[in-house]
Design a protein around this ligand. Sequence first.
Ligand code: NAD
Length: 318
Amino acid sequence: MTGGAGYIGSNTALQLLDAGYDVVVVDNLSRGHRESVDPARLREVDLLDTEGLVKVMNEAPCEAVIHFAAYIAVGESMKIPEVYFLNNVAGSLSLLTAMVRTGIRKLVFSSTAAVYGMPERVPIVETERYAPVSAYGESKVMVEKLLHWFDQIHGLRSICLRYFNAAGADPAGRTGECHEPETHLIPLLFKAIRTGIPVTLFGDDYPTADGTCIRDYVHVTDLARAHILAVEALAAGAPSAKYNAGTGHGFSVREVLKAVEDVAGRPVPYEIGPRREGDPPLLVADSGRLQTELGWNPQYSSLRAIVETAWRWECRNG
Ligand SMILES: NC(=O)c1ccc[n+]([C@@H]2O[C@H](COP(=O)([O-])OP(=O)(O)OC[C@H]3O[C@@H](n4cnc5c(N)ncnc54)[C@H](O)[C@@H]3O)[C@@H](O)[C@H]2O)c1
């Protein structure tokens, strides 16, 4: 696994270990946390270091790679796109090169709803065209395209999981969300409670019931499960595929804020700022394919469960 010291990777590693799988984590710790990984499983290697990746793969031969490692902040990608294309695209190309050289030909890739940009139809289906509106989203489109050619030419099969908004924490409290920079709503709402410094909500004049943007929040434990199902499908011979991973239910920024206040028992200080460029009013996934083809059945993705598990993690670690 790459990026296993990060938020979704560390959750998935725990779930894989719980299910009896062996896991080796490749991470350069640029954005992840050393304490999120069992030291015996961590290999501190940069994705761009192809030789280093080949060495890890030769020393610990594996059935499949789950590829989480990337930079993930949309706003940052619009300031330093060269860093995003280097890390996310060239880094993935280096990984694919190492896989071909070592004969590993199954990969699960962390893609994103950002490949769709401002979608024409919602709920979004996988056949919606690519229309990213950020360098981050474009970097993920580019990797999806690389994967197409590595399948055609090298027989490297892949499943791209296009996550919507990952949220929540391990229900057992072992790992949770902690990005630097943090750009995700729920941890930012907690931070506002903790510091008393108002969080800025970007726009309240969207064409939605309460004027704030609606997003599809999927619990990280459910996402982790989707990766295990994807690896198992590839191991059973499934062809390359792309799946949306969301719940099909959207919540507005104000609804999430209210849920956070209910769980925390405290008001969230906030202010309304201008809209962010490229923020669509409504992003909700149609994940029917993931459910019918891979048997995915999200269990933890109610807004209440997401906020409660995240709050327990925040209370312990914030
Ligand atoms: N968090 C979300 O809501 C969300 C939504 C859609 C897609 N994704 C995708 O899911 C993946 C994981 O997201 P996350 O929230 O866990 O992010 P994260 O930042 O918590 O984890 C990413 C990990 O990758 C590592 N990494 C980055 N560049 C590396 C490199 N060159 N070499 C080795 N390691 C490197 C970082 O150190 C970090 O541990 C990313 O690919 C992201 O684009 C996340």
